[in-house]
Design a protein around this ligand. Structure first.
Ligand code: V47
Length: 365
């Protein structure tokens, strides 16, 4: 790292951006665009790594967690999604509360975080979800329940004819602790209309997260990239999130998700390169100066790329996961789940120190 002095960044055309980053100054939209245009992705990665190291040292966080998908039946029909089924279509499923508990009981490790999401089912009412929250908290009182994307919250509100704030309040009372980051996709309206015209708009997604923050709940945020969006759309997404975070500060972690192309109706002209994935993670770290953690989600990135991401601005490796469906339906080649030992070895394998955390990113002894 010593060789990476200001001359190096000057030669790469980003010396002034490096100076801002070192002074703790906020980067502008134009700075973000220049990071995508910089001829050397390694320079952008090195700068993001300096920020990540300033924030977290050489720590890389992981969590003993479990993903549970309660249904793949969804009314939204997003063109990129390989997971969705219509109601009554072959392969569609809905889990009962007992199925959810059985999956948790069957996991090899007791999870500290449970991530429950699903499609926007046309008939499942709020009581079904309240019962699931209560049943899981009854079984595991200390677990952090990170469930339901803002898109699902909006859907429940519309089915029940109540406000999203009422939905959040009721689910929170039943045991919901935080919202995961899914459903953000890409905020730019012209892209969102093509990808997911029936889904909540960017404004609705952001408003629900801000409502959750006002109720004292933490949330995450994602960005789906590498499809039909431009660099400008990615920077727009990051700037909107940063502005949203300035209002309430409730976002804990940002998860950049590279688009996986299998079983999708969306045709991609120029698939993402590995370096473009890493550059996007680095730009996310540099632009999102007010979100503490950047997740290298090994399920979608693949384990080796997730390891590389820990040197390009990411500091979190997600967790054991146990069973994943959304990425695997879309061609993810990663394992279904990882053990604690595997996670620690992956993290150590790229020179970082593994640190176990809970769902809120508190370190666990
Ligand atoms: O919102 C769907 C994405 C997301 C594809 O909050 C795809 O900690 C790539 O949000 N290729 C769901 N991505 C996953 C998610 C998530 C995962 C891990 C942790 C957290 C967290 C959140 O998956 C969806 C969508 O953006 N997705 N299809 C695909 N073909």
């Amino acid at each position: 790292m010593k060789l990476l002095n200001n001359d190096y960044f000057e030669n790469m055309g980003i010396g002034d951006i490096r100076a801002k980053v070192h002074a703790g100054e906020r980067l502008t939209f134009e700075d973000g665009m220049r990071l995508f245009e910089c001829p050397e992705p390694l320079a952008v990665g090195a700068l993001a790594h300096q920020v990540r190291t300033r924030m977290h040292g050489d720590k890389a966080f992981y969590v003993i967690n479990q993903h549970v998908n309660y249904t793949n039946v969804c009314v939204n029909g997003c063109v990129f999604c390989a997971y969705q089924r219509e109601e009554g279509q072959e392969g569609g499923f809905v889990l009962t509360k007992e199925d959810v508990i059985a999956k948790i009981d069957a996991a090899a490790l007791t999870p500290r975080e449970i991530h429950i999401v699903g499609g926007c089912h046309p008939k499942l009412g709020l009581e079904y979800f309240e019962e699931i929250m209560r049943a899981v908290k009854n079984r595991l009182p200390d677990v952090v329940l990170k469930c339901f994307t803002a898109v699902e919250i909006a859907h429940f509100a519309s089915l029940e004819n109540i406000t999203s704030k009422e939905v959040l309040t009721r689910l929170n009372a039943a045991g919901l602790d935080m919202l995961p980051g899914g459903g953000a996709e890409i905020f730019a309206p012209k892209i969102r209309e093509q990808l997911c015209p029936r889904k909540s708009t960017a404004e609705e997604w952001l408003a629900i997260h801000e409502e959750a923050h006002a109720l004292g709940m933490k949330t995450n945020a994602t960005m789906l990239f590498g499809h039909i969006e431009s660099h400008e759309d990615r920077i727009d997404h990051l700037v909107r999130l940063r502005e949203s975070q300035d209002k309430g500060g409730g976002y804990t972690c940002f998860i950049p998700l590279p688009f996986l192309t299998e079983n999708s109706q969306l045709t991609i002209e120029e698939p993402l390169t590995g370096l473009e994935e890493l550059r996007t993670i680095a730009v996310s770290r540099l632009m999102l100066d007010n979100i503490p953690h950047i997740k290298a989600y090994w399920v979608m990135l693949g384990v080796k790329q997730a390891q590389a991401a820990l040197k390009f601005g990411a500091d979190d490796f997600d967790g054991t996961v146990v069973e994943e469906k959304i990425g695997h339906e879309a061609g993810a080649t990663s394992e279904q789940g990882m053990t604690r030992t595997e996670l620690e070895e992956m993290i150590q394998g790229c020179g970082c120190t593994p640190v176990e955390r809970d769902g809120f990113f508190n370190e666990v002894k």
